[in-house]
Design a protein. Structure first.
Length: 297
């Protein structure tokens, strides 16, 4: 009697295994996601890093700050220097006003002397002296105008140089703010507040888990039968000897063959060369990076 029960139970297990969706799968692979390692873009003390592993972050969210005191003082110094430079510019009109009045008087005197010469009251030499005075004043006005404009131009260019330096400092100040680049979940935190950091040092890893990719491998025969955009069924073990089913979409198929990874088995285990394929699957929160999945075409 006991032998009959054991035999029946064994037969039931075999039949259940043969009828499972897993046995019908055409390929298998592991899930991956778009991961971004966020690194420091400035040197200094990490004043804050307000994140925890597993925390959801929004794109553009400020999550940390690097010490900016030295950069702030440098900015203040440059701003004061620019202010002093611009204060040295001359008002050309005001500086030339005195000479222009003197020129107007000289021209008036020249007219008067010219009339006196016509009446033979003044000499030609007096008229020549008056004309010379006008020419000298015009030359002085032109020279001073050119000198003042050249000086102002030099100061303006110097101010532009300082402005460019200010832009550099402003950019460095912006880089002291740690901004999250994508919507996603914090996978790993590498640094803590008050630690010293440097340009390029990883701070944390974030991944968009709203949609994951199943990287599976196909034989040559299978690869010729699939196309980008094709809908497929993705199966995942639910931990209770059953499979959860998801709809997937083929996003990428490698056009170059590669050797079968040791952790992957294709339907045809004799195949030495396989083609990688990525299948997009909408994540309901249960799919994890590194989890195994199976594909049914």
């Amino acid at each position: 009697m006991n032998k009959a029960i054991v035999l029946a139970a064994s037969l039931s297990i075999v039949l259940t295994g043969c009828g499972s969706e897993s046995a019908e799968s055409d390929a298998q692979g592991t899930f991956e996601a778009k991961e971004v390692i966020v690194s420091a873009e400035a040197n200094g003390k990490l004043l804050s890093l307000d994140i925890e592993e597993g925390q959801s972050l929004k794109r553009g969210e400020a999550v940390g700050k690097i010490d900016t005191i030295s950069l702030y003082l440098q900015k203040q110094q440059l701003m004061q220097s620019q202010k002093a430079t611009l204060a040295g510019r001359q008002d050309v009109g005001t500086q030339l006003e005195g000479l222009k009045r003197e020129l107007a008087n000289a021209m008036s005197d020249q007219k008067r002397i010219e009339n006196l010469v016509k009446g033979q009251v003044a000499s030609q030499k007096q008229l020549d002296d008056a004309n010379l005075r006008i020419e000298v004043l015009k030359a002085r006005i032109d020279a001073m105008d050119s000198q003042l404009k050249t000086g102002n131009t030099a100061l303006s260019e110097q101010s532009k140089t300082i402005a460019a330096q200010l832009n550099v400092v402003e950019d460095q100040l912006r880089r002291c703010r740690v901004i999250n680049p994508i919507d996603g979940t914090v996978l790993t935190k590498y640094s803590e507040a008050y630690e010293m950091t440097a340009v390029g040092r990883p701070l944390y890893k974030v991944a968009d888990l709203s949609q994951v990719m199943l990287r599976a491998y196909l034989s040559n025969e299978q690869q010729s039968k699939v196309k980008i955009g094709q809908k497929v069924k993705v199966l995942v073990d639910d931990g209770n000897e059953a499979m959860r089913s998801y709809e997937g979409t083929i996003r990428w198929v490698n056009d170059k063959a590669e050797f079968t990874p040791k952790t992957i088995q294709t339907k045809d285990e004799r195949a030495n060369l396989v083609y990688a394929v990525k299948i997009a699957v909408k994540n309901d929160g249960l799919l994890k990076i590194g989890m195994y999945g199976e594909v049914v075409f």
